[in-house]
Ligand binder design. Structure first.
Ligand code: HEC
Length: 154
């Protein structure tokens, strides 16, 4: 094989690697999601039957909840909140069995951000605040719940 042919091959190989590398990376997350209690990196692999939606992908990139202020998503979030969260955090979010979600006091350091709330809903915190991913809630649904919780804040 001539040097020229080798060079051509090397260039082709490099180009192929560049194309394949992003596809081979399992997560395209730019935000690092960490467990509220020990800062271990969260496993955001989809649960059975879950589709990682464009809204979730966008949230992974910049930590901004695309459903904030979106009336349709907020309505869905309200129903999900009533079914999954209300028992402990109460209807208006003022807290009962769990802390208030609408005041400015946070038990967990990052709970005042959407990323921090997502981390806690997805993977849990202390005691009764268990992982909702393990209970079958989808990440897209978590974003809708977070958008709804913001509407409860005075
Ligand atoms: C069985 C009771 C229970 C249910 C149901 C529950 N939570 Fe919690 N939640 C708690 C408790 C207790 C804590 C405090 C955890 C801690 O101290 O780390 C908490 C903490 C939180 C926090 C962090 C607050 C802070 O100040 O750090 C958020 C956010 C939260 N819950 C959201 C939700 C959402 C959203 C749902 C529904 C998807 C939900 N919780 C369902 C009991 C519950």
């Amino acid at each position: 094989m001539t040097i020229r042919a080798l060079k051509t091959q090397a260039v082709a190989l490099a180009a192929a690697l560049l194309l394949v590398a992003p596809l081979a990376t399992p997560s395209l997350a730019d935000v690092e999601f960490k467990h509220a209690l020990d800062d271990s990196v969260l496993d955001l692999a989809p649960i059975k039957g879950e589709e990682i939606t464009d809204a979730v992908k966008s949230f992974y990139k910049d930590g901004v909840n695309p459903y904030s202020g979106n009336a349709e998503a907020i309505a869905a979030g309200k129903t999900l909140y009533e079914d999954n969260c209300q028992a402990c955090h109460l209807e208006d979010g003022r807290g009962g069995m769990g802390p208030s979600l609408i005041d400015d006091i946070y038990v967990n350091a990052r709970a005042n951000t959407d990323v921090g709330m997502f981390e806690i809903i997805h993977s849990g915190a202390s005691g009764a605040m268990r992982s909702f991913s393990e209970r079958g809630l989808k990440q897209d649904e978590m974003l809708k719940i977070i958008a709804y919780i913001h509407t409860l804040k005075k």
